[in-house]
Design a protein around this ligand. Structure first.
Ligand code: SAH
Ligand code: SF4
Length: 373
């Protein structure tokens, strides 16, 4: 560990937290605004740059807080396509985040904004059968500053401003709700990264009680639900979480969400040959989507090394889509690999550094216990 890693991260504090800190430390509260201005608007890399703060205050800040962003270990992909960034955390774990250019689609629309697909945990405990992120199990939750740090590190490397954030990287954001909510506050705040709430999408595998908790928080972020099966029988085979929160329970929570939020829910539905791509599933999915006025985003399955499934033929994909649209459900299908945000960022897997310094996918189960809240 570096010396600074024992310090608290400055990016874990909201403006209100800074006000409390300044007042507790005998400083005028307007210093809090100056501090966040240096951190987020001016992107200061050291406390010494903050010349409008008194020297004693800066010394206090230096001995209490780190302003390090997670260092970039590796970048994959070119500047004008989907680009994957690998970041090192203070405990040397690695986490991935994906920058998606404005030309890539989400929810059937072409975004005019650069999107960042952020991770919310190292690994994932939920073990969905199609997903690379769940393969090696769960390691730990990310702290708010490690989520905000993904956006800051990528903005600073690319010189581009992130205007859209999707929580579709590694991990189940609702199993880390308190820290994710804090990160959303900082990403959204005018004094922080200033990303509009409507330009943030949280994707969940369907943790019903946490969906209800999030619905109580008065911020208009969007919700995407990884559905992938229209009946319990099919969903059980794909997502173990369905045994904990079967579809009836999930839809109860979604109805509560819908009653509190203006934005439509999106259902993500990966098409997997012979598993969930029957036209009967399409018909039931259409009914379910219409019952909540939700949009369906069909994603042909991308093969994951170590997993057996395949995507259906294009004919079958089209037939599935046709059943949905004929039934009056709003649905889109993006076939080109890497041209759909959900598909582009659904491929993240836990990686470890070997003693030789190379990086390989983690193939060991670290531990499956979950410290979520
Ligand atoms: N834990 C959250 C966030 C992770 S995003 C959740 O499950 O919603 C997971 C999304 O990535 C999936 O819903 C899917 O849209 C996409 N994804 C994951 N694996 C994929 C694969 N093999 N092919 C295509 N999309 C995939
Ligand atoms: Fe976890 Fe989501 Fe992957 Fe399921 S789809 S294993 S919940 S990251």
């Amino acid at each position: 560990m570096t010396a600074s890693s024992s310090l608290r991260s400055a990016f874990a504090l909201s403006l209100d937290d800074w006000v409390d800190w300044t007042v507790t430390n005998g400083e005028n509260r307007f210093r809090a605004q100056q501090i966040v201005d240096w951190l987020y608007a001016k992107r200061a890399k050291s406390w010494d740059e903050m010349t409008n703060l008194s020297l004693p205050l800066r010394e206090k800040l230096i001995s209490s807080f780190s302003i390090q962003r997670p260092p970039l270990v590796r970048i994959e992909g070119s500047a004008d396509t989907t680009r994957k960034y690998l970041l090192r955390l203070v405990d040397h774990r690695l986490v991935e985040t994906v920058k998606i250019p404005a030309s890539v689609h989400f929810d059937g629309a072409q975004s005019d904004r650069v999107t960042l697909c952020v991770s919310s945990q190292v690994g994932c405990a939920y073990g969905c059968k199609f997903c690379a992120s769940g393969l090696a199990g769960f390691t730990r939750n990310l702290e708010p500053e490690e989520i905000v740090g993904q956006a800051m590190a990528v903005e600073e490397e690319s010189g581009e401003s992130i205007r859209n954030v999707v929580f579709m990287g590694m991990g189940e954001p609702l199993a880390n709700l308190t820290r994710v909510t804090k990160a959303i506050e900082i990403l959204n705040a005018p004094w922080g990264l200033g990303i509009g709430a409507r330009h943030m999408t949280l994707s969940t595998s369907g943790l019903a009680p946490q969906i209800e908790k999030l619905a109580e928080i008065p911020i208009q972020i969007r919700l995407a639900v990884s559905l992938h099966g229209a009946t319990d029988e099919v969903r059980d085979q794909i997502m173990p979480v369905n045994q904990m929160y079967p579809l009836a329970r999930l839809f109860e929570a979604l109805a509560i969400w819908r009653s509190k939020k203006a934005q439509k829910i999106t259902f993500e539905y990966i098409l997997i040959e012979g598993v969930n791509d029957s036209l009967e599933q399409a018909a039931i999915l259409a009914r379910r989507a219409k019952s909540l006025d939700a949009k369906v985003n069909l994603i042909p399955y991308n093969t994951v090394e170590g997993l057996l499934w395949k995507r259906p033929s294009e004919r079958q994909q089209d037939a599935f889509l046709r059943v949905l649209t004929r039934a009056g459900a709003s649905a889109t299908l993006r076939r080109e690999k890497g041209h759909d945000i959900a598909a582009a960022c659904g491929q993240l897997r836990l990686r470890e550094e070997t003693a030789e310094g190379t990086i390989r996918p983690a193939d060991v189960k670290i531990h499956r216990s979950e410290k979520g809240d």
